[in-house]
Design a protein around this ligand. Structure first.
Ligand code: HEM
Length: 145
């Protein structure tokens, strides 16, 4: 169970980051060029939303089955003192949950706008901020190393 989830979470991360990058770039470009918000733009943003929500669900289950979770038995002080346990058990989950909240807010706010330029900016700003947060707390060394 753990091995499968870890592999899927690690692999799915490529799709999530790539889709969010494309969705953010597409929205900022659409905003800058004053384009119409077309079905294609809706689809790109929706895919970014769905893929990141799936990653969130996988991450939450992985959290409890990962060997890292055992570290909590050492106490909160020990977890916080060790930079790697802190990253896996505290920083990565909280920052990424916050990032997904921002992305979800961007999606719902874009739907309430009537002007295309505003739709693009809600997606561009909120997806962009979410992406920056995600990138800031990826365990890069174990992922790509
Ligand atoms: C939604 C955006 C997320 C992305 C893009 C993401 C990405 C990643 C990546 C790239 C790794 C490293 C995998 C490896 O070393 O091969 C990782 C590990 C991990 N993630 Fe996430 N993650 C996300 C959300 C979450 C959430 C919300 C949680 C928990 C609530 C979580 C829990 C974990 C855990 C526990 C590990 C370590 C697994 C282990 O090596 O035992 N992730 N994540």
């Amino acid at each position: 169970m753990y091995a499968i989830l870890q592999t899927v979470h690690s692999f799915w991360a490529y799709f999530v980051l790539l889709l969010l990058l494309v969705a953010t770039g597409n929205a900022l470009l659409g905003r800058a060029q004053n384009k119409d918000f077309a079905t294609r733009d809706l689809r790109i943003s929706l895919f970014g939303l769905i893929f990141s929500h799936i990653q969130l669900l996988i991450g939450i289950i992985l959290y409890f089955v990962s060997p890292w979770f055992q570290q909590w038995s050492q106490g909160i002080g020990a977890v916080m003192k060790d930079p790697t346990s802190r990253l896996y058990l505290v920083e990565h989950p909280t920052t990424n949950i916050l990032a997904i909240i921002l992305i979800t807010m961007g999606w719902s706010m874009h739907k309430r706008q009537n002007q295309d330029v505003k739709k693009f900016s809600r997606i561009g700003i909120f997806y962009g901020l979410g992406l920056i947060l995600l990138l800031s707390r990826i365990p890069w060394q174990s992922w790509l190393g």
